[in-house]
Design a binder for this molecule. Structure first.
Ligand code: ADP
Ligand code: MG
Length: 403
């Protein structure tokens, strides 16, 4: 049995209670770079609208990777670490956004972008592509006429905690403010931010990250069923207080992720042409796929969706050992069948699984580097004792405008 669904509604513009922002964040996670704004950058004229402040968490995926774009199941959770964006709108037709994680600001001419003279994926510095992606995304872009903003973040970038979707959602909320959250559903905002990511990177990434970040709920993971139409079904699954989630960075940030991701996606499409959407295919149907590589890719997706279901059941019956074993099985499947692990991630997961306080561990996110996630009993693991950057995390509220 799956967890009973909680109603998920976008109730008001102050979506949920406000959790502490940057000042109360774990000190291990903060990197601050002083941004210098170079001369000659056009400074938009003084604001004619109040400043909007948005906070958007990152996310860690507990189980269910490479399932979103296959119509399958995933169970991510929003985390305390995230991105804060402040934005003062004006009508200058240009954006000037700085980030404490980047030496160069994003300076965007909206008229050029909208006229197709430039595309988000052509801009420099690289991160300006995400800003431009959000500013032109269907559902958000039409609310943006210009302005100045500041981004601060506690998330490691390129580590699999979805700093990119966190940035997109924070910008979308700050750009659109009240008008956005009063007129669009969370799912519409998630889709707009996915569109922004596609425009920025050219990679047709799935919708899991944006949903996890927008629908996050304290003490809950978010079960997403991508088989449902027209929108994925979102249910909140309680994470017991006895559990904590440890995230450990591998030695490598994600490499060649874009092209490898696109290849995996194409392989899944090929496999689905033989057995139908992988997210709802049966294990028996896999026998119809002759090509061993396509069969392995499909086997990962089919068995991963089953593991997500079993993981939710294991949590419901407080069988944490079973939940942990499913995470470790997920890692093996991602490593052997889907081939998105790295030697560093494999040995990190092996180390974690050898720790008697840890129920199970796996790579998290798209793979090709990044972080591992482990399920542990609360209070038993201490990030400062690890050799690599690590965080002990609990599920947190989703993205929101703050007063
Ligand atoms: P992940 O989403 O797993 O962290 P990605 O490669 O998808 O990794 O996204 C990382 C990219 O997102 C960074 O290289 C940067 O361009 C952009 N980004 C994320 N957070 C910020 C931020 N706070 N400021 C500026 N750029 C950011
Ligand atoms: Mg990302």
């Amino acid at each position: 049995m799956l967890a009973r669904p909680h109603a998920v509604v976008w109730t008001s513009r102050r979506c949920e209670p406000i959790i502490p922002l940057i000042d109360d964040a774990p000190t291990t996670a903060t990197t601050v770079t002083i941004t210098t704004i170079r001369p000659m950058i056009p400074i938009p004229r003084p604001a004619d609208r109040p400043e909007q402040i948005a906070f958007s968490p990152g996310r860690v995926n507990l189980i269910g990777d490479h399932t979103d774009y296959n119509g399958g199941l995933a169970l991510p959770m929003a985390i305390e670490l995230g991105t804060r964006a402040t934005f003062r709108a004006d009508r200058t037709g240009s954006l000037l956004i700085t980030s404490d994680a980047e030496p160069e600001p994003a300076v965007i001419d909206l008229a050029e972008l909208r006229a197709g003279i430039r595309y988000p994926a052509q801009l420099a510095p690289f991160w300006a592509r995400y800003v431009a992606g959000v500013a032109t995304a269907a559902g958000v872009g039409e609310l943006v006429q210009g302005g100045t903003g500041v981004v601060t973040s506690q998330l490691p970038r390129g580590a699999g905690l979805s700093s990119s979707a966190s940035l997109e959602v924070a910008l979308a909320l700050a750009f659109g403010g009240d008008a956005l959250v009063e007129t669009r559903s969370r799912m519409q905002i998630a889709r707009a931010c996915q569109d922004a990511e596609h425009r920025a990177t050219g990679v047709k990434s799935g919708l899991m990250d944006q949903i996890a970040i927008l629908f996050g709920a304290k003490a809950h993971a978010t079960l997403i069923d991508f088989a449902k139409r027209p929108d994925p079904l979102v249910q909140q699954v309680s994470i017991p207080d006895e559990l904590e989630v440890l995230v450990v960075a591998s030695a490598t940030s994600r490499r060649l992720a874009g092209s490898a991701y696109a290849r995996r996606r194409a392989e899944c499409i090929q496999a689905s042409e033989i057995i139908g959407p992988l997210g709802s295919a049966s294990v028996d149907s896999l026998a119809a796929i002759e090509d061993p590589v396509l069969a392995a890719r499909a086997r990962h997706v089919v068995t991963e969706c089953a593991r997500v279901r079993q993981f939710v059941e294991a949590l419901e019956s407080a069988d944490f050992a079973a939940a942990g074993a499913l995470m470790t099985a997920s890692h093996l499947s991602l490593s052997r069948d889907f081939e998105v692990s790295t030697p560093e991630l494999d040995s990190l997961v092996e180390d974690l699984v050898g720790d008697r306080h840890i129920f199970g561990a796996r790579l998290t996110g798209a793979g090709f580097g990044g972080c591992a996630v482990a399920l542990c009993r609360a209070g038993t693991v201490h990030p400062e004792e690890r050799r690599r950057p690590s965080w002990v995390l609990r599920p947190s509220e989703g993205a929101r405008l703050t007063p």
